[in-house]
Design a protein around this ligand. Sequence first.
Ligand SMILES: *Cc1c(COP(=O)(O)O)cnc(C)c1O
Length: 369
Amino acid sequence: MGNIGETTLEIDLSALEHNYHYLKSKLSSDTKFLGVVKAFAYGSDMVIIAQKLERLGADYLAVAYTKEGVLLREAGIQIPILVLHPQPVNFDHLILHKLEPSMYSPKILKEFLEMAQKLGLGNFPIHIKFNTGLNRLGFWEQDVDHIVEILNGRNEVKVVSIFSHLAASEDPNEKDFSLTQINTFKKISQELNEKLGYAPFRHMLNTSGILNYPEAQFEMARCGIGLYGYGNESTIDQELKPVATLKTVISQLHQIEPNESVGYNRAFTSDRYRTTATLPLGHADGIGRQYGNQKTHVLVHGKKAPIIGNVCMDMIMVDVTGIACKEGDEVVVFGTEQSAEGFANTAGTISYEILTAISSRVKRVVLNP
Ligand SMILES: *Cc1c(COP(=O)(O)O)cnc(C)c1O
């Protein structure tokens, strides 16, 4: 294997393909599959991932914001794209690029209808988001009449789907709560279908929802983290393959004497002779200060090297005492050899956060395209 030479996020599309098929195997064959590619496809590369998902046969993609969807359309993505959290200020771009907005409040629905009327749209696809317990975005159950009233006689838009989002799909202790959300959603959909006079397709499950509540898959499931190789549960993680692997190289080795300190604020003081390695990766690349001061380790030739002292903007120092290594050698931060979930857990956070934190400064390399 050639030396990567600099900090690199490897994006393995064969892992994505494996995860896609694994997740599809948990759904019935006629359930549509939506791949969530928001936040640069969970910090990897949105266009590359979206193109691969389109080739694999995904039915839908979702992004959080309009500008993310615009990037996908500009890259030639043709399949439908749901925008989960659009803002009225971007409606013109959203419509121009045939992105499909989530309508989550009376205000946004009315404003979208106004724009749709102004532009003379007909049957433009929209999706209605219901809040069933997450209390983040969405209409409430008791808004159904109001929604129907707003939409009555309007043919500028067509409700193609309705959806909701589970608050704790990964937590078995919250099973009752999740089942209540699912039942509420069923009730809402029945009532809406009757009053609307047609039946938009329905979706409620994220990755952990697919794994824990497959009976609530309805007509589509929305999968994010699982596609990238993590399932919020160690037994599931073993079935999935990490898509992103963050690697770096040793820039310099130092021999440290007892009582010498390492890094800013002298946060690490050595009790003995040590070898430290300086790596070209810091909090500006997404490795936050919470990973410093021996909370977390990287792997140097498969051996654990703790991050010592404070994380700098562009660098971290790791303790490689007793590990045979030299300047220029490769270092694994997280991915195939040590999971992003485990790495994140050392600093009290989750795979989602560390994956999406890796900044655009880090070079992306695609494997197995
Ligand atoms: C991000 C998101 C998802 C994907 O969730 P995962 O846990 O990553 O599978 C699904 N639905 C909505 C509404 C989201 O915001």
